[in-house]
Design a protein around this ligand. Sequence first.
Ligand code: CA
Length: 372
Amino acid sequence: MKSLFNKGAVTAIVLLITATLSGCGEDNAQQSAAPATPSNEHYNFRLAHTWPTNFPIFGDAIHSMATMANKMSNGRINITIDSKNKHKAPFGIFDMVKSGQYDMGHSGSYYWKGKVPNTLYFTSMPFGMTAEEQYAWFYHGGGFDLTQKVYAPHNLISFPGGNTGNQMGGWFQKEINSIEDLQGLKMRIPGFAGEILAKVGGKPTNIPAGELYTALERGTIDALEWVGPSLDLRMGFHKVAPYYYTGWHEPGSEMQFLFNKEKWESLPADIQEILRVSMRLAAYDMYAHSYHESAVNWDSMKADYPNIQVKSFPNEVLQAMKDVNDVLIAEYAAADPLAKEIIDSQAAYLKKARAWTKISDQSYYETMESLQ
Ligand code: CA
């Protein structure tokens, strides 16, 4: 096939894109292995994701990444997307991309905690960083390289895959005024946050999405957390539980694009760069999209259901959960040197980032609130 670009022009475009993203750990991490000469070959990739067909926001980010990669490569990159309805293995993405059954995946890093414990840290940690703070850590504060340290031994590269923003603490049938109110409380809250709830007396469970509404309505569970108005509205939880608690457990959940490492390293530099830019832009845009959906959905929920009561957990409850969190994290750090390296990096970065957040965003919100 006749090339649409001469070699010099393609090289110039690649250099321009690379220069735009210079200074990021991810560039150095993968470019050395790539063949230097741009190719005019066509590249077909198969991507499997955890979500149902037409899942809003998350699914939109995946399709937008694939469309961008196709357009930027002038049709040379084609990504076929399979939802869980097709491959039937929503929590098999790690293994399917590792083995090469699929070239790419989209999922959440914390889902692999049972398989590779150190994957826990790359989605969102209770009491941890917000989306902005975490993006800064991922792209400029060493987070990307630490992610690859965990994934590379499994023949995988993990790229940020889009952020939900700060998640709400969940829908509750009863008010939580003290630790006593958590005793025996049955709540759908997966992962590490569920472990914390269990340690302070609650009973965490995980229930498939399709059964959540009925479980909450019939009292099979007393509470649940999902995401926030962006995705909660269509689930209808506000119709069956009056209390909407603010968050503590997923302050900025980042999804992931997974790539088979061997496959990635076989690709020419221009194809890698187009994929890298597409994934990065789709991830940022998912954060903006989530923010938008939460803002407009919360606006309509407030108007249509004025009895929704927004609450925050009392300090006593949050402090008890934070204490448990700190003990569990210290145990993880003591048990594994790489876990310690990640935990220390996140803690040190959070300290610096939060000092800035405090005099910038936090100060701005507080000052604006005080005005008429
Ligand atoms: Ca959640």
